[in-house]
Design a protein around this ligand. Structure first.
Ligand code: UGY
Ligand code: MN
Length: 247
């Protein structure tokens, strides 16, 4: 239904943001054709990374050249073929890939409607440590662990937690009523998409109702807390910068 009075749940603040599917406006991004591309989070907002949603149409394709940018992609809908460097694999919903800096990658959807959530970050090398290798995986096969021992909050870590990686991407799944055990305040930045369910996200001193499709940016030190609400589990996919010195 068209919005008659200019209401929205979106909020773009200096140190956090909430963007709902109703707010999306497409951009053209080099290397992505036959698709609608929405740049949800970017340096223009004050973030140190980009989060981009790509929905493919008939004949669409993404093919990005090698650069100093690393890309993590997660298939939120549909399937297709992912190529990273010399690796090539057919992937379905819930699959993910990691394209390290210096490697080209492409995605060719099997059918229109396939949807990729991308997280991109300029890679920060670490002296004496080789850059990471390409990864293609299925999140359904990644074992989760109860977050700080709480079985109502299950964490799946999709990328290896090794010094070579300066970014992490995880899936957090909560049972109804499950919540982050405390209000987190940390140097790491987050980009997040709600994969399913609903809940309330505290960001700094505001509380927001959130549901599937909503995207959140949390700047470093943004106070954050989440509780899952309703009768179904809630889950989100999120990015975080990791493994680098503060100074
Ligand atoms: O990894 C994290 O910092 C995570 N616990 N944060 C979050 O879910 N907002
Ligand atoms: Mn956090």
């Amino acid at each position: 239904m068209p919005e008659l009075f200019g209401h929205t749940r979106a909020r773009i603040a200096a140190r956090h943001a909430l963007i709902t599917p109703d707010n999306h406006v497409n951009s053209s991004v080099p290397g992505i054709t036959g698709a609608t591309t929405v740049v949800l989070i970017s340096e223009a907002m004050g973030a140190g990374f980009a989060q981009i949603l790509v929905t493919f149409q008939d004949g669409g394709r993404a093919a990005l050249p090698a650069s100093g940018v690393q890309t993590f992609g997660y298939l939120t809908n549909g399937g297709g073929t992912v190529s990273v460097g010399r690796d090539k694999q057919k992937c379905g919903a819930g699959y993910y890939f990691y394209a390290p800096p210096g490697q080209a990658w492409s995605f060719t959807p099997a059918k229109p409607g396939a949807q990729l959530m991308l997280f991109q970050k300029k890679y920060v090398p670490l002296a004496g440590i080789a850059a990471p290798k390409a990864i293609i995986g299925d999140s359904a096969k990644v074992k989760g662990t109860p977050f700080l021992g709480d079985p109502a909050a299950n964490l799946q870590v999709l990328l290896p937690d090794e010094p070579a990686f300066d970014m992490a991407v995880n899936v957090f799944a909560y049972q109804p009523g499950g919540h982050l055990p405390f209000v987190e305040v940390h140097i790491m930045e987050h980009g997040l998409v709600m994969l399913g369910g609903a809940g309330v996200y505290r960001l700094e001193d505001s509380w927001y109702p959130v549901q599937a499709g909503d995207v959140i940016w949390m700047a470093p030190y943004c106070a954050q807390w989440f509780v899952a609400m309703g009768k179904a589990p809630a889950s989100y996919l999120y990015y975080k910068d990791v493994n680098r010195a503060a100074l």
